[in-house]
Design a protein around this ligand. Structure first.
Ligand code: SF4
Ligand code: FE
Length: 498
């Protein structure tokens, strides 16, 4: 297992093509814009060597028997699923940010499960390729990014109906030694500071979309891969010293990039789905379940930091004992722990798939994520409420360092007499970073937008069974009501639908 330092060093050996604000980023580990994201991901390596966290941060590979970083593990039990979310919450607490590595973990688990099912139906050999690939990742302790979301063009049209056929990643050529792919994936977390990229389809597909049913892995610097790093709220503050950033060491969110596959060659041993369009929907669902499971852990870990920051600000401003402040901070804790309950529940209710790997309960994982599209807005609202208007009007670090204005800021921005002004300023900046920055839209759209979770919840919640329960309790005979409105029995009606 690599240490944090070794991971950072390992990135210097790759030469990915990354663009940001009209220039090329030569070294993600050293560029001030990307370095904080690298530091956050490095924590996933570093903590694996801390004996206090060994049980959650590491696992024994079922493929090699070696001890590995849990991010590269294929879950072998519900206990593994629980340990995964415990690991993720701790990392949220240690970084106050997205540490990015979960996406690759979820991608590996999803392709492991789905490739097994594809092989069972078609007699293909994807699952063995996936196993070999995962062994390679485990052996070298690599960080693969997971790339699912296509750029999508006209959302009312399927991939093959688009005016421009490249708006979903597709196979443009099949060769004896592999395939050539073209297209682009959007919002790819951690892509610029990963070693590998695992690509999966983004939606259920039909026969016409066969060429879009493709899953594969390539190194980040494979020929034809180009990345355009996205802007984030206040990103250029990173060039102005550390105070104004709020969380200078680890940034805020994952550092997302538009990843372009400009006719990229992929050898067969790295192709995990090639035309099996009837499994695209399953792969998306399995991946989404894993990633939605996480959100009640990472966002709650970050919420722990925000709750702590808000409570510190309250103390620094002399309002910590006001009953409404105590009540509001308790409300923040309640909201965060509610999400944590959801995460634990979907993990404990996980199940064994035919491949042998375990996955979380799908209904509960979607409930977890749907809460995360809402509750962080509420706990951030409370943090801003308690902190006060200064959360958006605080002077800059440069004014604080300027001898002409420093004493004035020292004097007039002091809270309680015992707290140095600089400490109050730093804490307010942290609240700003965690409650106003990109964290909120990330909670909304990361792992799928709210409507995607609603669709899954509707699909998985067995409403017919609930209606039946109500009819029994209400003393209505099964067919009486249904036959009246539909002309057939309920059983006949639904068997026809199937
Ligand atoms: Fe992991 Fe959360 Fe970041 Fe997704 S948003 S990669 S689950 S830390
Ligand atoms: Fe995310």
């Amino acid at each position: 297992m690599m240490t944090g330092k070794e991971y950072i060093e390992s990135l210097r050996k790759y030469r990915p093509k990354i663009y940001f604000m009209g220039r090329r980023i030569e070294s993600v580990a050293d560029d001030p814009i990307t370095a904080p994201h690298v530091n956050a991901a490095a924590m996933t390596y570093e903590l694996a060597h801390d004996p206090r966290y060994e049980d959650v941060m590491t696992a024994v590979s079922h493929l090699t028997g070696e001890r590995i970083n849990r991010f590269n593990h294929i879950h072998q039990s519900t206990e593994d699923l629980v340990k995964k979310v415990r690991m993720i919450r701790v990392l949220g607490q240690k970084t106050g940010s997205c540490f990015q590595r979960c996406v690759g973990c979820d991608a590996m688990n999803a392709i492991y499960i789905t490739s097994y099912n594809i092989d069972r139906k078609y007699g293909t050999e994807y699952h063995e390729r996936v196993r070999q690939y995962i062994k390679y990742v485990q052996k070298n302790d690599l960080m693969p990014a997971g790339a699912m979301t296509d750029v999508k063009g006209d959302r009312s049209k399927r991939p093959s109906q688009q005016a421009d056929k490249d708006l979903y990643v597709r196979i443009v050529e099949k060769r004896e030694d592999g395939i050539v792919v073209r297209g682009a994936k959007a919002h790819i977390t951690g892509a610029v500071n990963s070693h590998e990229i695992i690509v999966m389809p983004t939606r259920a597909l039909e026969a016409d979309d066969k060429d879009y049913a493709v899953s594969f892995a390539v190194p980040v610097d494979a020929e034809g891969v180009k990345m355009i790093f996205g802007r984030q709220t206040n990103d250029l503050r990173r060039l102005d010293g550390d105070m104004d950033c709020g969380n200078a060491k680890y940034a805020t969110v994952g550092g997302e990039a538009l990843v372009i596959f400009d006719d990229v060659f992929v050898p067969w041993e790295r192709v995990f789905m090639c035309g099996e369009y009837d499994f695209a929907g399953e792969l998306v669902e399995v991946f989404a379940t894993f990633h939605r499971q996480n959100y009640g852990a990472c966002k709650v870990g970050v919420a722990d930091v925000l709750i702590g920051a808000t409570a510190n600000v309250a103390e620094m401003q002399g309002i910590a004992r006001a009953s409404h402040v105590v009540d509001k901070i308790t409300e923040m804790i309640h909201l965060a722990e509610t999400c944590w309950c959801c995460t634990l529940a979907c993990s404990y209710e996980g199940f064994r798939t035919p491949s042998g790997a375990y996955m979380p309960n799908q209904l509960l994982a979607n409930v977890t994520k749907l809460n995360i599209t809402r509750f962080p807005y509420e706990w951030s609202r409370i943090a801003q409420d308690i902190t006060g208007g200064i959360v958006i009007t605080l002077p800059s670090e440069k004014d604080y360092r300027n001898p002409e204005t420093r004493d004035l800021i020292e004097k007039y921005l002091k809270g309680v007499a015992e707290t140095p002004t600089e400490q109050r300023m730093r804490m307010i900046r942290l609240v700003e970073n965690l409650s106003i920055g990109a964290e909120l839209p990330e909670s909304m759209h990361g792992a799928g937008s709210p409507q995607a979770q609603k669709i899954m919840i509707a699909r998985r919640s067995n409403l017919e069974m609930k209606k039946e329960m109500a009819r029994i309790i209400a003393g209505i005979k099964e067919d009486e009501h249904f036959r009246k409105i539909r002309g057939v029995t309920e059983r006949e009606f639904f068997s026809k639908l199937k």
